[in-house]
Design a protein around this ligand. Structure first.
Ligand SMILES: Nc1nc2c(c(=O)[nH]1)N[C@H]1C(S)=C(S)[C@@H](COP(=O)(O)O)O[C@H]1N2
Ligand SMILES: [Mo]
Length: 401
């Protein structure tokens, strides 16, 4: 799809949205102004889109990809937010659901949704990226869902800081981590594996868990958390790979030693080499990364035209300071223009006007982001990351014609 076509489509989506907003209740309008507050104007806010849908990577369990070439709003509408689930969506009923808080705490708790909603809430945006996003670019092929560019999305989350719940339970001295357990469960296929079904579970060091921006969220973009995204309660850990943001939470266990569960050490872990000794460490922070949304891979781009290359970039605990784009497979680089203004834990849109050459042929585009802390995307895949953290500059081939 050409850029002008995209702009036209965007206009259609926007008009449809405005029509919908005009005839509906406040929330959409409120989200609209929040969209602007995120530093972007003229972009369709979340509210559902008419024709675009998620790309199926796996039907059961649900693994659905945001069509990244359709990127046009800073907040991803709930029905376009990527879904990454390891087991079937558990059926939970808000009335009988409880969150247990136990382990190394003074007062074990059993909280209802109502109890949590009575606590003071917070709303903040967070971009979540699956650690396997971009896996289809790896060669030889790596195991896991073959995500293209869209296992990443951004939403505004409302909930209670995890730290406030831990405080209510009273963490005992000597505790180091909190395990977050989801209601979903199933059997692991490949060894090493425990016998029988296990729940999805992940831990956070207490130092991270107590950060004020780590939420137990019950709303997504101002609406009730959808079933696929963790209804009625999920964790949101801004800046960390999506795996840390445990969905369908039913139990928090405060522990006196680091957790070694399946999704912590066998899966969603990589090798690091402190002192030159390989050791297994859980994935934590998202790595600095940019992705080209348009042109789409293998799009036909008009020779001799000016094309607006458009994409997003994100990092953890920092801000994007620049994005450089190459239109010759990495031989030369030009700065892109960062759009809007930086918003904490949120991807930043960027664009670069490309003077497309007259000569016909295959062209490889690359984008490379750098953050304020000086971290830059590598041009080549780093060793030891196995099938995760695919954040080297990903080549997008287009046909100039
Ligand atoms: N309970 C539970 N939580 C989970 C998962 C899961 O399978 N079960 N998947 C994790 C992974 S790997 C990612 S990337 C994010 C995806 O969140 P989303 O489906 O809302 O996009 O949820 C995380 N939380
Ligand atoms: Mo993930």
């Amino acid at each position: 799809m050409g850029e002008s076509e995209h702009l036209r489509k965007h206009e259609i989506d926007r008009r449809a949205f405005l029509r919908a907003a005009a005839g509906s209740a406040l929330p959409l309008v409120a989200l609209c102004s929040e969209g602007d507050a995120l530093g972007q104007t003229n972009l369709a806010p979340p509210g559902g889109s008419s024709r675009i849908g998620l790309v199926i990577r796996e039907k059961m369990p649900e693994n659905l990809e945001f069509p990244f070439a359709e990127l046009n709003s800073l907040l991803t509408p709930n029905d376009l937010f990527y879904v990454r689930s390891h087991f079937a969506v558990p059926k939970l009923d808000a009335q009988s659901w409880r969150l247990k808080v136990e382990g190394a705490v003074k007062t074990p708790l059993e909280l209802s949704l109502e109890d949590l909603m009575k606590m003071s809430s917070k709303t903040l945006p967070a971009t979540l990226e699956c650690a396997g996003n971009g896996r289809v670019f790896l060669s030889p092929a790596a195991k896991g869902a073959q995500w293209e560019l869209g296992a990443v999305s951004n939403a505004e989350w409302t909930g209670v800081p995890l730290g406030a719940v831990l405080k209510r339970a009273g963490v005992l001295p000597g505790a180091v981590e909190v395990i977050l357990e989801g209601a979903d469960s199933g059997e692991i296929k490949d060894p090493p594996k425990p016998t029988g079904p296990i729940h999805f579970a992940r831990s956070l060091p207490l130092s991270r868990a107590n950060r004020p921006d780590v939420l137990l969220a019950y709303q997504m973009n101002g609406k009730e958390l959808p079933a696929s995204h963790g209804f009625p309660l999920r964790a949101v850990v801004p800046g960390w790979y999506g795996v840390a943001s445990v969905k369908w939470l039913t139990r928090l266990v405060v522990t006196e030693r680091p957790f070694d569960g399946h999704f912590q050490s066998v899966d969603y872990a990589v090798w690091e080499r402190p002192n030159g000794i390989p050791t297994r460490v859980p994935l934590t922070e998202m790595q600095v990364k940019s992705e080209i949304a348009r042109p789409d891979s293998h799009e036909i781009v008009a020779a001799n035209s000016v094309y607006r290359i458009f994409g997003a970039a994100w990092t953890a605990d920092s801000e994007i300071s620049k994005v450089d784009v190459s239109t010759d497979g990495g031989h030369s680089w030009q700065p892109a223009k960062l759009l809007g203004r930086p918003v904490g834990n949120t991807w930043r849109f960027w664009e670069m006007m490309w003077s497309v050459p007259a000569q016909h042929g295959r062209v490889t585009l690359l984008a490379r982001a750098t953050d304020v802390r000086g971290r830059t995307q590598p041009l080549l895949r780093q060793p030891d990351a196995e099938n995760y953290m695919i954040h080297h500059a990903l080549p997008i081939d287009v046909d100039v014609r």
